[in-house]
Each structure stands twice: as C-alpha cells, then as structure tokens.
Design a protein around this ligand. Structure first.
Ligand code: NAD
Length: 315
C-alpha cells in the first residue's frame, strides 16, 4: 500500500502525478468524441429523413442540484441537434398530474425519449412513474421491462452510467471475454445493470455489496473492478490486483483541509499499480449525458425503423 503522503498525488482536476503508474482514463475526452459522433449521426438523420430525435425531460420541484442536471441535459441535447422538451412542474404536483403528463409524452410522436429527473418530491411514487413510461421511450433504462430484457439478453435500453462504463472498458481493453469482473454495489441504476452488461461481454462476474464478507479478498481477484457504493475512498490500494482496470463510479463530496472536493469510492492515490483507472471527477461522470443522448438516438432509430429501412432501399 502507498504511504499517506501520496494522498496529494491526485490534484483536484483528477490528474495524476508523473510517477503514478496507472493510465488515467479520460472520460471527458471520450464523452466529447461520443457527443461529436452523435451530433454527426443526428445531422445525417435530419438530412435523410427530415426528422431528429426528441428528448423530454420532466423536473418536479425546485431541487437545485436537479435543476443544474436538467439544464446541462438540455444544453447537450440542443448541441447535438436534437429537440429538447423541458417540463417543469411545481413541488405540489400530484401523482395523477404527473402520470397524465407521462401519458401525453408517451403518445407524442415527436418525443422519442422521456426522462423524469429523480429524486421526486415525497408525495410522488417514483416506481409508479417509471412504470408509466413507454419502455420504448425509457432512455434512462429504469423501466422493469428494460431491466428484464437486459437480464435475458434481449434488445433493451440500458441505464446510462453502466453503459458509459462498458464503453470505457471496451475502449481500453478491447475484448473483455473471460476476464473476472467484480462489481461492488448492487443498485438498480448502476451495480445490477453493470453486472448484466459485463456478463453479456462474457466476463466472469462477481457482485459484492454491503453484506459481503471480507470485501478486499473479493476485489483483489478482479481484472476489472467497478465500484459504485457512494463511500469516499473506501477501496484501498491493497484491495486492487496489480494490473487491474478500475472504474470508479462513486461521486462523494468531502471536506479536507478546509476545502471541499469530489472524490470517488476508490482511494485514487493508492491505485498507481492498476493498469488503468477512471479519475473522479473526469472519469465516468462525463459519460452519462453522452449515453443518455445515445439512448435517445437509439430509441429514435427503433421507432423509425420502417422509415429508415424504406429510405435505405430507395438510396
Ligand atoms: P446506492 O446507494 O443505490 O447503492 C449503493 C450500493 O453500494 C448498495 O448496493 C450497497 O449494498 C453497496 N454498499 C454500500 N456500502 C457498502 C460497503 N461498505 N461495502 C460494500 N458495498 C456497499 O447508490 P448508487 O445509486 O448505485 O450510486 C453509487 C455511487 O455512484 C454514488 O456515489 C453515486 O453518487 C454514484 N453515481 C455516479 C454516477 C455517475 O454518473 N458517475 C451515476 C450514478 C451514481
């Protein structure tokens, strides 16, 4: 394990010191390329069909963090050349009012993706709201139909964060077949779909969680270690096998020496013996919006498949 003084090895920008052995995976640059590719695809679709994908985002209440997320989603959606439909509802919105909006969006042919920003105010049942979204427009991939399709290996819309993690892993490692992947965390939005995606890539997958015993002895087996728990710097250097590829999903705000900063679930400074690692910030985080737009594009393509097929025949 590395010494405590090495905790200064990672600057606030997520860059590593020159003697840090692991490659630092630049999620920001990868996401910028992904957004560029999506923009080009949307421009091509506009030129051939006269149509572009549309993403509807629903925000209920005044939560400041949610408002920031929604604003940045709108900005990126428009930058990609897609239509953005924003619905801001009051904090007092009832379940019936929200469901009525979801039903309208389900029926609207200009809307190909629907995202309801979570968390919702306490009077609303988020499971019932997600259930009401047409699975074909469920670009967050949270609907039980999409979770089920993913589990049985059918075509599904996949939650954005794990989708981004797999993209980064395949970019780094190429074929993942036969590698031992350990996923720490079993939430429905990250851990479980992450494990399903890695299984689809023919990894041997272990899922660990808060009840797992001797976690370090499990994570040490990993060729690919994905950590999504929400505990600052929980994974120490000696939990990581030399040469492993580490994907740190955690986003934790901590105060140290009178300053607040973001750290992941992995003690980055101690991970220099990994093959590669995502920093926090600048690793997995920037991929999420890119994957949301990728899902919206995919939902559009599936909805307009007959049109796109007929146009291919003509050209
Ligand atoms: P969650 O709270 O829903 O799930 C946490 C999981 O971690 C649970 O399955 C729990 O069993 C496990 N866990 C908790 N303590 C543990 C311990 N001591 N040992 C082993 N396992 C433990 O969280 P989530 O929504 O999956 O998010 C996890 C982290 O990822 C959070 O920090 C969150 O902010 C971050 N996150 C980041 C992105 C992104 O875009 N980068 C997206 C989603 C979540």
């Amino acid at each position: 394990m590395m010494s405590e003084t090495n905790s200064s090895i990672q600057s606030t920008t997520g860059r590593a010191a020159p003697d840090f052995g692991a490659d630092v995976i630049d999620g920001k640059a990868f996401a910028a390329n992904l957004l560029q590719r999506i923009k080009q695809d949307v421009a091509d679709l506009r030129a051939t069909t006269g149509e572009v994908p549309g993403l509807a985002v629903v925000l209920v209440g005044e939560d400041p963090a949610s408002a920031v997320y929604v604003a940045s989603k709108r900005r990126e959606t428009l930058a990609a050349g897609m239509n953005s439909f924003e619905h801001r509802l009051s904090e007092e919105t009832t379940q019936a009012e929200l469901l009525a909006l979801i039903h309208r969006l389900n029926a609207d042919p200009a809307v190909h993706g629907i995202l309801v920003q979570l968390p919702l105010p306490g009077q609303l049942n988020s499971d019932a709201v997600i259930d009401a979204i047409d699975p074909a427009k469920d670009v967050d991939g949270f609907h039980v139909a999409n979770a089920g399709r993913l589990a049985v290996g059918q075509q599904a819309l996949v939650p954005c964060t794990p989708l981004g993690c797999v993209m980064l892993l395949k970019d780094r490692l190429g074929n993942l077949s036969g590698l031992h992947a350990v996923v720490v965390g079993r939430s429905n939005i990250v851990g479980k779909p992450m494990a399903q995606l890695l299984l689809q890539e023919d990894c041997t997958v272990t899922i660990a969680h808060r009840h797992s015993r001797d976690l370090a002895s499990i994570t040490r087996l990993a060729d690919i270690l994905v950590v999504a728990v929400g505990r600052p710097e929980m994974v120490k250097g000696d939990w990581i096998k030399p040469g492993a590829t580490v994907i740190d999903v955690g986003i934790n705000r901590i105060s140290r020496h009178g300053k607040t900063r973001l750290v992941g679930d992995v003690d980055f400074a101690q991970a220099g013996h990994a093959k590669a690692i995502t920093p926090v910030p600048g690793g997995v985080g920037p991929m999420t919006i890119g994957c949301l737009l990728e899902n919206t594009l995919e939902a559009f393509r599936r909805a307009r498949a007959p049109l796109l097929k007929s146009m291919k025949k003509v050209s």
